[in-house]
Design a protein around this ligand. Sequence first.
Ligand code: SF4
Length: 456
Amino acid sequence: MLKYLVETYGCQMNYSDTERMEAYLDALGFIPTKDFEDADFIMFNTCSIRQKAEDRVYGQMKKMGQLKKQNPNLIVVVTGCMVRKSSSRYSVDRDKLFVSMPSLDIALNTDELPQLAKLTREINPNLKIHEIEEESLEDYFYITPTHTSHQSKAQAFVAISNGCDKYCTYCIVPYSRGREKSRSIESILKEAEGLVENGCKEMTIIGQTVNSYGLSQHDEEHKTFEYLGDKKPFVHLLEELDKLKEKGLKRVRFTSPHPKDMSDQLIDAMARLETQMPYLHLPVQSGDDRTLKRMNRTYDTKSYKEILKKLRKKIPDISISTDIIVGFCGETEEEFNNTYSFFKELAFEHGYLAQYSERQGTTAAKFIRDDIPKSVKSERWHKLNELLKENSRNALKRFKGKTVNVLVESQEAKVCHGRSEHFKTVQFNSGRKLIGEIVPVKITDSKQWLLEGELV
Ligand code: SF4
C-alpha cells in the first residue's frame, strides 16, 4: 500500500481542499503517514499569495530530489495555486512547473482532483490503486472531506464555492482556480447535517468570496437560485444552517466575504440568526480610493465605511478585522497615509498585513509596474503594524471582567486555548480535558493579542 503525505500552505480554503484530497487518497487505498522519509506519495498543496510561500515549495522540492535517491518510486505532486495545467511528467502539454521542478511528477489543478488517479497511473502503471465509482469523480465537491484540519470534531470547515469572478489585479486565484462555481445547497446541507450529528458545534463556511455564493456568472447563466426570488442565496444558506441549532450547532462563521456582496439582507441575517457570531473578517486591502481602483476591488472607501456603519448599528459589539496590502504598484506616500488613517478611523481590531509582491500571471504583473522599493514597503508595513497592535490591545481591554464562551481548540497540560464569540483567543487553565467543549471563562487580563481568564 502506498503511504501518502499532504503538506498544505496558505489559507483555510487550501486546508479544506486538503481534507478532500486526503479523502480521495484514502479511497484510492493509500495510507496516511506524517513522515516524509516513510512516504511514497507526497503532495504539496500550494499558495501563491506571496513569493515566500512559493519559495518554501521550491525549498521542499530540493528535499524531494534527495528523497528520490533513497526511494526511486516516490511520486511528487504539486497542487493548489501554483498549478495552471493538470499534467504528468509524461504529458505532451505539461505545466510550466516541470521546467523549474525536476523532481515533480504530477501537477494538478485543485478542482481536477478526480484526475489524480489517471495521472498517477501514467507515472507508474503497475501501482495497485482502487477504482472509484464514476459518479463520485464527476465533480470535486462530490468528494466528502476527511475534516481533519481541527483537533476535535467540534469544529469543521465546509467549502461552499470554488474559484472567483472578481479579478483583483494582484491576485492569481481566478486563473489558478478558475471562475466561481457554487456548490449545490443540498450537498452543503447534507455535509453540514452529517457534521453536526457527529458533534460539530462550530462550522466555518468558506469560499474565495464566500458571500457571493449563488451570484456568480455561472449561477446566473444556469438560473440556479432563481427559485429564491429576491432572497440572496448566501442568506438563504445561513438561515438553513441556523436551523441545525436544534441538533447542536452553536456557531456558524464564514470567510472571506467581499465588501461588494455585503448586502443589507446579509447584515440583517448576521444580527438576527442565533448561530451567527459578533465577528466579521472583511478584507478591504487599501484605505485609498485610487489604490482600490488599481487593485480592481470594485468598491470605494465610502461604500466600505457604510457597510461597517450598518454592521455596527445592527450588532453594536461586533469585532471587525481586515486584510491590507501595503506598497501596491504606484502607492504614493499620500495613498499610504490614507490607508493608515482609514485603519485608525475604522478601528480594525485585527488584520493580516501584507507587503505587495508581484505574482506572475496576474493583471498587475502584466500591466502595472511594481515600483515601490522593498525598504519603503517594509517601513509602511511596520508603521501600520504598530497601529494594529495598539488597536488590538485597546479592543481586548473591553472584555476585562466579562464572561465569554470559549470553544476550546487546544490544551497542553493544564493550559487551554480557544476562541470566544468575538473570535478572540482566550487562554485559561483547567485540570479537565476540554478540547471541543464550549465553556464560560471570566476574563481577568488582556494582553497584546489574547485574553486571559478563569474557568467559571
Ligand atoms: S476577490 Fe480578489 S483577492 Fe479575493 S480571490 Fe477573488 S480575485 Fe483574489
